[in-house]
Design a protein around this ligand. Structure first.
Ligand SMILES: Cc1ncc(COP(=O)(O)O)c(C=O)c1O
Length: 454
């Protein structure tokens, strides 16, 4: 019998991260200072991040060793299984072979602790006492509170209000690992109060929650800020996913023609895809698909421009696809994909046509999630359901052309805290979520006054 799950031993865990920035066949533009609009240097970032993470952010080293202390914690759940989804293939009725990397097996339930543990470690080494952050769906806040707990660091989480209200047990989980959590926008910060004056019932957004977390960190020397996606060092820490998957595909004696991930800020997609992009640059023929929500179509309908990472314009300007920093996404259930911007690395790869972006309505994603849950048994996070939808599309397209492709997707997390979303779907209560053209144009107008990308 051929193995269904490729499970590696802890001793086979990759012990270095892969830095795609070292191999890119094009130049990356630098982030700009929000005041001077000049390229920023390491010192500009030091109020927010520990120096080791800043150095990783700008590093052009191809491989960066993973510290033993980080490996020790990652080994609580890593390596994660690579699974051949035969029952799902049958349910789709495809001749393609489908594999998924199961990142939902981490204690917080997603890929997010891969970077949370590394970030907490470097903050701890530099004597930081408190870390602030934002969370959308709650997966990132859970992951960072889990990680800070190991290093005795206080953690303060601003959770986007709409998710805070729909997922009360994410709050319990974050409290259980010892962190403090507040619904955003809140009255605890200047940025939050400003939004509440304009819109007391604001559902919040990742852009607003980032402003609140950054504001607190910037005020205190022993407090730093941590971001769960977007930045180069975050994507770097996620590459353990793809490094493991390359080894596991070798054990399975197979190789992907298509690699797929959902994208919010780009980190789980990059974690799986970047090591395979290295292989593509080395001559392999692989297609990469990034799946995003039609309600927040950053890559498919946004502008490639400089923009702020947050609503209150506190962060550096990043060269990225963006819908405008004021963009307020519809209240879709994939809270982790409600972000106006995108990682500069993923953005540049899309711009250079190395990644194909696709957008899906939430209804079609939930249908795909249901098919997956009823065939493979795992209830996916609403975010991950976008990757599942894209996988079905790729399989059906290959079938129509008479091709037998190997498709690999990232199951970025489970949906155990998303039952109200699944209830809404089962009760036919989901809103259609496509962004209309007028709203898009109005939001993109905020980019016109900002620097363009050379
Ligand atoms: C399960 C899950 N998948 C995907 C994402 C999207 O983030 P990223 O694009 O950084 O992987 C999130 C974000 O919260 C998430 O919780």
């Amino acid at each position: 019998m051929k193995s269904k799950k490729i499970v590696m031993n802890e001793t086979e865990m990759p012990n270095r991260w892969y830095n795609l920035a070292a191999d890119l066949p094009f130049e990356l533009q630098p982030p700009l200072h929000p005041g001077t609009l000049q390229p920023i240097g390491p010192d500009d970032l030091s109020p927010l991040f520990p120096m080791e993470l800043i150095l990783q952010e700008v590093s052009r080293e191809r491989f960066i060793p993973i510290p033993d202390e980080v490996m020790d914690i990652l080994s609580l759940w890593r390596p994660t299984p690579l699974v051949r989804a035969e029952k799902f293939e049958k349910a789709i009725g495809t001749r393609c072979r489908i594999y998924f990397k199961n990142e939902s097996v981490s204690p917080p339930g997603s890929h997010k602790p891969n970077t949370a543990v590394a970030q907490a470690y470097y903050n701890h080494r530099e004597g930081i006492r408190t870390i602030t952050t934002e969370t959308g769906a709650g997966q990132w806040g859970s992951a960072l509170s889990f990680a800070c707990n190991f290093f005795g660091i206080d953690c303060k989480v601003f959770m986007v209000r709409v998710s805070y209200e729909s997922k009360p047990y994410r709050k319990s989980m974050i409290n259980l690992w010892g962190a403090d959590i507040t619904a955003s926008p809140s009255n605890e910060t200047e940025s939050g109060r400003k939004i509440l004056v304009q819109d007391p019932g604001s559902p919040g957004s990742l852009g607003i929650a980032i402003s609140e977390a950054v504001e607190l960190a910037a005020k205190d020397e022993k407090t730093k800020y941590s971001l769960g996606s977007v930045l180069n060092h975050v994507l770097l820490h996620q590459t353990v996913i793809g490094e493991e998957a390359i080894r596991q595909m070798r054990i399975a004696e197979d190789y992907p023609d298509v690699v797929i991930g959902c994208v919010g800020g780009g980190s789980n997609f990059a974690g799986l895809a970047f090591p395979f992009i290295r292989e593509k640059l080395g001559g392999r023929d692989i297609k990469f698909v990034a799946a995003e929500p039609a309600a927040c179509p950053t890559l498919t309908r946004g502008s490639f421009n400089y923009d702020f990472g947050d609503t209150a314009r506190l962060t550096p300007l990043l060269p990225m696809f963006s819908l405008g920093h004021d963009f307020m996404p519809a209240k879709i259930h994939a809270g982790g994909l409600r972000y106006h911007g995108m990682s500069p690395l993923v953005s540049a790869l899309v711009k250079n046509r190395m990644i194909l972006p696709k957008a899906y309505d939430q209804e079609t994603c939930f249908e795909s999630a249901l098919l997956f849950a009823r065939s493979e048994g795992i209830i996916p996070a609403p975010e991950s359901s976008h990757a599942i939808r894209a996988t079905i599309d790729e399989a059906l397209q290959a079938d129509a052309k008479g091709q037998e492709k190997v498709i690999l997707f990232n199951l970025s997390g489970h949906g155990h805290f998303d039952m109200s979303a699944y209830d809404a779907f089962l009760n036919s209560d989901l809103m259609s979520s496509e962004l209309n053209e007028n709203d898009l144009k109005r939001n993109l107008a905020s980019l016109e006054e900002l620097p363009t990308i050379a």
